[in-house]
Design a protein around this ligand. Sequence first.
Ligand code: E4P
Length: 216
Amino acid sequence: MQFFIDTADIDAIRELYATGLADGVTTNPSLIKKSGRDFTEVVTEICSIVSGPVSAEVIATDVKGMLSEGRKLASIAGNVVVKLPLTIDGLKACKTFSDEGIKTNVTLCFSANQALLAAKVGATYISPFIGRLDDIHIDGLDLIREIRVIYDNYGFETGILGASIRNPLHVKECALAGADVMTAPPAVIKALANHPLTDKGLAAFLSDAKAAGISV
Ligand code: E4P
């Protein structure tokens, strides 16, 4: 499963990308706002650090506007993935970009039928929002499972990109459900390495090594 970092924070991207654990980055307008930086400038900088896919989202809501913005974003760097909302206009724009070979990430997916539509227009990625479904007491992970079955039934090549991931359990469940990618905030990705028994065991080994005068 590929890991994308869900942030527009350059320092956090640099730090996590250097671990070799991250394959790409996703942003959205809220994350860009949080960065306090100019949109094009920040996407350009992310693409100079990360060689994998970097999702940048259009703001327009009509096809013409989405196509114009999407082409601008795609011209920033070869690894930009144009993020489009799951609306009829977004799907139309996705179809055009698919035909032109521009990579797309169809976002704000909350149902299996929406994911089916994104696959039919050749989206590179579909982003089901797990956490936001959990927020309204709907099991977001069921959505990933349903999409996996539907895509496998028909051999759709659209990648399932688990998004709106809030905790390590979401990551594990995405992996079990066969998501192709998951995108999570840096803190969640780092937390995957944590286990109290690892800390306890390491402390005991270090203490015994010291007591035995072991040196390597
Ligand atoms: C990523 O592509 C999404 O925009 C992001 O994961 C949304 O996460 P949130 O629901 O925690 O804002």
